[in-house]
Design a protein around this ligand. Sequence first.
Ligand code: ATP
Ligand code: MG
Length: 594
Amino acid sequence: MSSAPPKNEPPKPSNFLRGIIERDLEAGTYAGRHFGGNPGDAAHHAAGQPDPARIRTRFPPEPNGYLHVGHAKSICLNFGFARDYGGICHLRFDDTNPEKEEQEYVDAIIEAVHWLGFDWTAGGTSHLYYASSYFDFMCRAAEALIGDGLAYVDEQSADEMRTSRGDFNRPGTDSPYRSRTPAENLARFADMRSGQLPDGAAVLRAKIDMASPNINLRDPALYRIKHATHHATGDAWCIYPMYTYAHPIEDALERITHSFCTLEFEDQRPFYDWLLENLARLGLLAHPLPKQYEFGRLNLTSVMTSKRKLKAMVDEGIVQGWDDPRMPTIFGMRRRGYTPASIRAMAEATGASKTNIWLDYSVLDIALREDLEGQAPRMMAVIDPVKLRLVNWGELFGAAHVEACSAPVHPQRPELGTRAFGLGPEVWIERDDFAETPPKGFFRLFPGNKVRLKYGMVIECIGCEKDADGRITAVLANVVPDTKSGTPGADAVKVKGTITWVGVHDALPVELRLFERLFTVDQPGSDELDFRAAVNPRSLTVASGFAEPALASAQPDDKVQFERHGYFVADRLDHAAGRPVFNRITSLKDTWQR
Ligand code: ATP
Ligand code: MG
């Protein structure tokens, strides 16, 4: 996808997931089921009330890093469906892997989902869950499978297991441990659990079909031994469930109806169903069971959406942290100035499809502009300043005179009032608003040309001053009398160009951080390419500019449109009264050129 829906027209994204939900609601697939008030097994839910939620979805991050724009897509889908169809969306931490997970990430994920505008509290109940709190049930379910002859403890080496699994062209072969009796397996599983075996000495495997064309059904691992401290359960466990075993159970215990995941899990779906149907038959889980549906991942051009690679960017110092404004993490985007509404609009506009999509990054910028256009106050700022001296100022008004000027805070919203600033004998203008010898079609300042200082007066350029190296140190102009904006006859002198400016006497010095794409290619980190080679060396420019005095009252996170230059936000970490720091979110139109 490379274009956004046209303006003023609500997006009509193709979204086959909505179709699935609507079909289930119509058929009453999940009507009349009970919910025990919180997650639990079949008996727990049977004893509960009819479920007030028409559907249940979940967003299940692993707390092993910060969320990125791809996760935002999944959050918007899952929470959005729950909102739209009278359902409830759970936030569930898939914290079944003790080694990579940390409380820091749990806290950051909660903050990010809230910031995006979603909540998991419904009817006074918080549906925030941790997969690690289901470890007891998962172990009980494993014992039930063993007892039913559907799981066994395999003690082959990792190499042997890999070889005996076969591949796409070759069926697997049975492990010598596959024919152990349930009693032997139960005893050996108890040894695994009680810590008698070292890491890697044994795994619990499902007993399905070593010749299945779907390799995921060739006796997948359910539990492995890992003597590791878990961030939530401490040292209570030395065996941990595999993701493919844990995830379906988590969904079922929470009474999820629609379990949406990305395409790479498609081959896992048969195991998802195998596991849940067997556990339901054994009386552990309640019908109707959750169903898994896969949708395409969202990728944005010129950014990477892989926690692992983003972590490498942070660890190697390529960016300044997880919340670097160039990062496609939710915290990076927040700091850059993207609004929750713009991210939600982007997610909504892209729907859900059966293939992975590459979305042009500019779609996010378009959504941002649409969100801020109607709200951001306007202000003038000069990014690359050069001094403009008004030579006849003293003669016309007296050297110390400052002419009071004003402009609307927002051109379409008079109720927001006006902003005040002054025009004096010296003003800052953009260096590239002056040309000694103008290129064709240049309507701004060059000797002999007239322009209007926006909200101020018409001036006529008479030349410039240079230093020994030939660099321009000042632009010179004369004021054209009786041309002040808003006064009678001000428009009598016609000009082709209007430029923005700030008075030297009342300018507020401001640090401006200007960004370009972090990568110079559309798909960094695709397999053939090391993303490090594609880092854009010009992705950050820090400029010392000037802004209108009214900017002095800006608070961190405040957004503003600098006229002609784009949307900016006061940096949430570094901006302070007396030391303004603004990030450019995006320009006013798409100017990104490769
Ligand atoms: P990463 O590969 O970056 O670590 P992940 O998929 O492993 O991402 P999880 O924490 O497991 O990260 O993901 C939580 C949820 O977000 C999952 O349901 C996953 O499918 C979904 N998700 C992750 N990346 C994307 C993406 N690019 N587009 C849509 N959904 C995504
Ligand atoms: Mg993952």
